[in-house]
Design a protein. Structure first.
Length: 277
């Protein structure tokens, strides 16, 4: 029987020999939790932890695998966003998929630690809340006479997307989606100045009159198609707030984001407005 070290070396060689296509955007597909139509026993959780250890070890020992695991493009030769952990859980009440990102390779290890811990805590808390609600809905459905085999599991997804990645800026989006009778979306953005290690603000990008610039773009879009938006007296757009969500696109422009139902009916979805400098 092979030792753990030998198994790890075998894993390392396999990844080294695997060709990486140039168009690859995400290379990490490491599902380690999947069980159908039942609660997850402790043994599977232990197995998941073991696989996670092997995965992290492969990242550390194998530069080729680490490059494959990083989401392209890469900042210079160092800073990157990795899919550090991936979950797939299926039960009677839920279908859960989660990709947990982690940044590394910047010149600011404290920044990396703070953001990575914040992301992990956010996903852990959101996952626990979603799983509890899904279990409650399933139990209520069965308790009121519903056929367990006909219950439609709640779909819960945690994911991320890199919006722009340069020598100076890293901008990415953390996503949370839940689909049941209605859908729920939560988006969180991280915009990082890689020269200073500080978060980038709309004022940094647009200047002191940034609110006027954002308001002008959003109001112009609303004036062109008012039927797609709430009226101002019905909860519609009245001006941008200091905490407005945004990301930075590949052109270097901020894109302000309004989640479903913020300024328009749910049928309008998530709304985005690019703000030119």
């Amino acid at each position: 029987m092979k030792t753990d070290r030998e198994k790890l070396e075998t894993l390392k060689r396999e990844y080294m020999e695997t060709p990486i296509p140039p168009e690859l955007e995400f290379a990490v597909r490491a599902p380690f939790l999947k069980k159908k139509k039942s609660r997850l026993p402790q043994q599977l959780l232990c197995l998941a932890a073991s696989v996670c250890v092997l995965f992290v070890a492969a990242l550390n020992l194998n530069p080729a695998f680490a490059a494959a695991a990083a989401q392209v493009p890469v900042i210079g030769s160092m800073a990157r966003v990795l899919t550090f952990t991936e979950y797939h859980i299926e039960s009677d009440s839920q279908l859960l998929n989660a990709r947990v990102p982690e940044i590394d390779g910047t010149d600011f290890p404290d920044l990396e630690e703070r953001i990575n811990e914040e992301i992990q805590q956010k996903i852990d808390a959101g996952m626990a809340q979603a799983q509890e609600r899904a279990a409650q809905e399933y139990d209520a459905y069965v308790a009121t006479g519903g056929n367990p085999d006909e219950f439609i599991p709640v779909t819960i997804t945690f994911d991320y997307e890199v919006k722009s990645c340069t020598d100076d800026i890293l901008s990415f989006e953390l996503q949370r989606f839940e689909v049941r009778a209605s859908s729920f979306t939560e988006l969180t953005y991280y915009n990082i100045d890689l020269n200073t290690g500080e978060s980038i603000t709309l004022e940094d990008l647009l200047g002191p009159d940034w609110k006027d610039k954002v308001n002008a773009v959003v109001n112009t879009a609303i004036d062109e198609h008012p039927e797609f938006y709430f009226a101002k007296d019905q909860g519609g757009f009245t001006g941008v707030s200091d905490s407005r969500r945004f990301y930075i696109n590949e052109a270097g422009n901020p894109v302000v984001v309004f989640q479903k139902y913020e300024i328009a009916p749910g049928s309008s979805g998530v709304l985005e407005f690019e703000i030119p400098d």
